[in-house]
Each structure stands twice: as structure tokens, then as C-alpha cells.
Design a protein. Structure first.
Length: 82
């Protein structure tokens, strides 16, 4: 753990930031008393929002009536016989 006083932190901020990014724990103190911890910023991924496509995606009413020859063409058996 690296502890820097306030004056040193003001003059050496770039170096302290690089050390924090590298994984070292950096504490900034005033008169020897720890005040803050310098840590790298980790951006949070946006949470998935369920239902965003509601009403935008649909299945045709005749979906189950697809001819067998079209269904068979998707399984690759014509190219790669079993």
C-alpha cells in the first residue's frame, strides 16, 4: 500500500494514478491520517432491459406450415450426408 500526503498527491498525481491503474493500493493522507483511496474507474455494463422488442418481433401464423423440402435444406444433409 502506497500512502502519499496531500502535497505529494498534488504534485505527483499522474504517477499515483498510473500506480493505482497498475493495481497498487494508493491512499492519500493529510497529516498522516488517511483520507481517500485512489482506485481505477471500472465502467459498468448497461443492464439488459427485458421486453425491449415487445411488439416488434412476430412469428407468421403459417410458420408451422413450412414445406418439408425447405426444412430439410437447413439441416445440411444435402451437403454433408449422414
Amino acid at each position: 500500500m502506497l500512502t502519499a500526503n496531500m502535497h505529494e498527491a498534488k504534485t505527483q498525481l499522474s504517477r499515483l494514478v498510473e500506480q493505482a491503474i497498475a493495481g497498487e493500493e494508493v491512499v492519500i493522507a493529510r497529516a498522516g491520517k488517511p483520507l481517500v483511496r485512489l482506485v481505477p474507474f471500472i465502467e459498468e455494463k448497461p443492464r439488459r432491459q427485458f421486453g425491449r422488442l415487445k411488439g416488434k418481433v412476430w412469428i407468421a401464423p403459417d410458420f408451422d406450415e413450412t414445406p418439408q423440402e425447405i426444412i430439410d435444406s437447413f439441416d445440411g444433409s444435402e451437403i454433408f450426408p449422414r
